[in-house]
Design a protein around this ligand. Structure first.
Ligand code: ADP
Ligand code: MG
Length: 567
């Protein structure tokens, strides 16, 4: 075939494919337009997973009758005018592609009115061709209705999932924008049912309640704003704000991590990684936090024009952004490391138990359960030793009542922080073995030892290669003196050895801590228990062990009084 320039209709179909890959991406573009128009209220309606109908209505500035048809031209936009504008984008849209792309693959109707006009104007298009122009009464704002999406692109249609899955993607888009714009009232109606409604109060916590529910909201910690303003760009640190979950609640995947750069919802694996890094040692493996992270950065320092869907960004100084995020999250977690309280357990219990009827008394329902207190902001108060329980728990009294400390978990935390500190100062206490130990390894173990040789040395293991697959161990970290130090090597062998994403230094520290720590079932002298408490008081994250399990629980004096019906 000779080379020829493609027909404009084919061009627009190809271009549409980049922006419109599923109903949720149409919703995203329309909602972004409504936000850019300065709306205070945005209502979204979808049916049949968005294939049947998508309708987005707003109370924004509207489009003048003279501009209405140009809004559907390719590369027509009111948001940027020249090359300089492209360098510092402050609106969500700027490519002038969404309306023409959506119009090319659907039947679309727009009704819009600007404040200065007495009536609204409307326009209908089918597969990109105008089929009707008209006037219509409406208040200020714009409503776009999309029907029969992708009907003329059967190849794409075929790849869509069930309508409930597609509705789920739509709900996710609205949830993200609700989190990014708490000052806007969002309503989402799915197949006739209201599925999300935010109050538009301007407070992030209200959006969190609407999107994730009150239980999650109660466990969210505000991250203090970290960073500086933009006056001095040379020294400016990106501003990070938002909320993260306390370690008390987790999710089994990363889809509850939301990132907004200058309020644009973005995907970024490295940002997700920096948040998760801040939780290191606080969550069990396989568990993930929830987070809403807002990053404010001079628009010139971030490129949003790297993908047609504008959902990926490139930072000029990635390192500064990631470290600002990590610092903000870590600070919030350290500040509010919670001690789980017995009330929390009680509430869980009470809301699930059946209403109970006592003779002569009215029926009580689980609904009247007391709400659990917000996680206390304190780290660990000074504690007075009372004794040991079941050779496993240290019982102590503090200003806030009774503390039950899991001796193994608590000591694990202490050892973990000790070994990490020694390693970072390169002052590991080592213990020479009286008799060097010879170990023989299989090829896989050999490979693991080879690749982690340096890590082990940094923690005080002195291991020498001694012919073929034999090694001699001459010293171990002093914390493991008279302990099962081989277990640390065994755990290393059992882990996935060549996975670069794992922080191996951290893993080895956790393993050393675990095998150095006092076991459950071990009887302790009063002195040993006092020492344990003193050391725990000094720990920087005393409330969880490095695996993320709690080191202690707290039964408050108030709770005791209530249980004994004193109050
Ligand atoms: P972009 O958002 O990149 O400018 P679009 O194709 O999404 O491109 O929209 C084209 C233009 O139509 C916008 O620049 C804006 O002027 C106008 N527009 C679209 N939707 C709305 C809306 N809801 N309210 C007001 N103006 C709108
Ligand atoms: Mg747009």
């Amino acid at each position: 075939m000779p080379i020829r320039i493609l027909d404009p209709r084919i061009v627009s179909r190809i271009a549409a494919g980049e922006v419109v890959d599923r109903p949720a991406s149409v919703v995203k573009e329309l909602v972004e337009n409504s936000i850019d128009a300065g709306s205070e209220q945005i209502s979204v309606e979808v049916s049949g997973g968005g294939i049947g109908l998508i309708r987005v209505g707003d109370d924004g500035m509207g489009i003048t009758p003279g501009d209405l048809e140009s809004a559907f031209e390719r590369y027509a936009t009111s948001k940027i005018a020249n090359l300089e504008d492209l360098e510092s984008i402050s609106s969500l849209g700027f490519r002038g592609e969404a309306l023409p792309s959506i119009a090319a693959v659907s039947q679309i109707e727009i009704v819009t009115r600007v404040a200065s006009e007495s009536a609204g104007s409307s326009l209908e298009l089918k597969e990109g061709v105008i089929t009707r122009r008209g006037n219509r009464g409406r208040s200020r704002g714009t409503t776009v209705t999309v029907r029969n999406l992708l009907r003329n692109v059967p190849a794409r249609l075929k790849f869509l999932k069930s309508s409930s899955t597609e509705s789920g993607h739509v709900a996710n888009v609205i949830s993200q924008y609700a989190l990014s714009f708490p000052e806007i009232k969002f309503t989402l109606t799915t197949d006739g049912r209201t599925t999300l409604r935010t109050p538009g109060s301007g407070r992030l916590i209200d959006s969190v309640i609407a999107v994730y529910g009150t239980e999650v909201a109660r466990n969210m910690i505000e991250i203090g704003t970290v960073g500086t303003g933009w006056e001095d760009r040379e020294k400016a640190v990106p501003l990070t704000s938002g909320m993260v979950s306390s370690p008390a609640i987790t999710r089994s995947n990363r889809s509850y991590l939301s990132f907004f750069v200058n309020r644009r919802w973005v995907n970024n694996r490295l940002l997700a990684w920096s948040v998760e890094e801040a939780y290191h040692g606080l969550l069990m493996s396989g568990k993930h936090p929830l987070a809403i992270i807002n990053i404010a950065i001079p628009p010139q320092d971030v490129d949003v024009n790297i993908h047609p869907t504008k959902s990926e960004v490139k930072f000029q100084n990635e390192g500064a952004v990631f470290s600002s995020v990590q610092k903000a999250v870590r600070q919030a977690l350290v500040r509010q490391a919670p001690v789980p309280r017995i009330e929390d357990l009680a509430v869980k219990y009470q809301v699930t138990r059946e209403p109970r009827q006592l003779p002569g008394l009215p029926v009580t329902t689980g609904q009247s359960a007391p709400t659990a207190p917000l996680t206390p902001s304190l780290s660990l108060p000074a504690l007075r030793l009372l004794g040991q329980l079941a050779n496993s728990y240290v019982v102590a009294e503090g200003p806030e009542g009774l503390f039950l400390i899991d001796q193994h978990a608590a000591h694990e935390r202490i050892c973990f922080e000790q070994i990490k500190q020694q390693q970072s100062r390169q002052e590991i206490d080592v213990q020479g073995l009286l008799e060097p130990a010879t170990i023989e390894v299989n090829p896989r173990q050999d490979a693991v030892l080879q690749s982690h040789y340096q890590n082990l040395t940094e923690y005080g293991f002195s291991i020498e290669h001694f012919g073929d697959r034999t090694y001699i161990v001459r010293s171990v970290p002093a914390l493991l003196h008279n302990k099962d130090w081989m277990a640390v090597l065994r755990e290393l062998w059992e882990a996935t050895p060549f996975d670069n994403t794992t922080d191996w230094m951290e893993q080895i520290a956790i393993s050393i801590a675990c095998h150095s720590a006092i076991r459950a079932g071990q009887s302790l002298t009063e002195d040993e228990m006092r020492q344990l408490i003193r050391q725990l008081e000094k720990a920087s994250l005393p409330n969880t062990c490095p695996h993320g399990r709690p080191t202690m629980i707290n039964i408050t004096s108030k709770q005791l009084a209530r249980e004994f019906s004193r109050k």
